[in-house]
Design a binder for this molecule. Structure first.
Ligand code: ADP
Ligand code: MG
Length: 311
């Protein structure tokens, strides 16, 4: 199958046509309009088979997740997604209708759910399946939520249950069936919540490499410390029955959550909860003393943070 028939057959009409797109797939570059009073927000994330997802992952999940992890980065800035570009490095045994049909279905489903256009990409042969997605979005000018901005006394929050994907991965690698497989395969980027947090949150990050490590980036960016109460971090009931050390390992060091972690003033926390009850979870407080202090129901806990490291 030629590179061109592969591209056109599978990608040409697989996403909605966002009105911002003047020229999409088929030319040398895409041409897009920029909404007024907006800033462009962009990111790229690469998934490598066997490194970022197990070999057993379905083609559908690979397509879905390669977009989801990028939309999660856009969510962490409060951005509205607009489009993606897809860099696909494909071993020849995946260059067939069966794999590409399923892969494209996963990719198209998440793009449709978030009104995201596939506006271009590049396709090449390689030894290892590697998917590199570039995502573009917009924020109202000057309003992107950064990692910096947290202040002493702020509430630390997360968007939902943490640790499910890590627990699922452990079960799958052990050859067990996991009831939490969807948390690992089909992450749900928190776009709506990210947008709502503009004007409320003063710092934010998405959790991809473990809550402990990723929240650590917020502390570093702000030169502050925090106290987190492990008992307040929401987790699935399947994790609640695990011994504490095992549970905290998934919650703090696991990764692949694609939930949001953010800070806001006590006042904004009260206001947000009044407007949108039960959407965010307070898990701790920013303090002046640097470093991360962990407690469990108020009792000090010693636990080593060691999230995902590439090298
Ligand atoms: P060029 O050689 O000019 O870079 P290509 O032959 O690589 O162009 O691609 C032709 C068209 O197909 C371009 O519009 C490109 O964006 C699109 N395209 C190529 N690969 C992909 C892909 N994996 N996903 C989406 N669009 C793709
Ligand atoms: Mg060209």
């Amino acid at each position: 199958m030629s590179e061109f028939s592969l591209i056109y057959q599978h990608f040409k009409n697989c996403t909605p046509k966002n009105p911002l797109t003047q020229i999409g797939i088929g030319d040398d570059c895409a041409v897009s309009n920029i909404p007024p009073n907006a800033q462009l927000v962009s990111c790229v994330d690469t998934l490598v088979m066997g490194r970022h997802f197990p070999h057993s992952t379905s083609a559908y999940a690979v397509g879905f997740k390669s977009v989801a992890v990028n939309l999660s980065d856009l969510a962490s800035m409060g951005a509205t997604p607009y489009a993606i570009l897809l860099g696909l490095s494909l071993p020849s045994h995946f260059a067939n209708d069966e794999f590409l049909g399923e892969f494209t279905q996963g990719l198209a489903d998440i793009c449709r759910a978030f009104n995201v256009d596939l506006i271009g990409g590049d396709t090449t042969k390689s030894e290892i399946l590697t998917i590199s997605v570039t995502a573009l979005g917009f924020v109202p000018s000057g309003q992107a939520i950064l990692r910096s901005g947290a202040k002493v006394g702020d509430v630390v929050c997360v968007s939902s249950e943490i640790g499910s994907a890590s627990f699922a991965l452990k079960q799958i690698l052990n050859g067990e069936k996991s009831d939490l497989q969807n948390a690992l395969d089909l992450p749900n980027p928190q776009i709506k919540l990210g947008q709502k947090l503009i004007g409320f949150a003063n710092s934010m990050i998405d959790i991809s490499d473990g809550l402990g490590q990723d929240f650590g980036h917020i502390l570093t960016a702000n030169d502050v410390g925090a106290v987190l109460d492990l008992a307040k971090i929401p987790c699935n009931r399947l994790l609640q029955t695990l011994p504490n050390d095992e549970k905290w390992q998934h919650i703090l060091n696991g990764g692949d959550d694609y939930q949001l972690c953010f800070t806001m003033s006590q006042e904004n926390f009260a206001k947000f909860n009044e407007l949108y009850p039960n959407e965010i979870f307070a898990i701790g407080e920013i303090v002046a003393d640097k470093g991360l202090k962990l407690v469990n129901h108020g009792e000090k806990v010693n636990f080593t943070i060691n999230g995902w490291q590439h090298f």
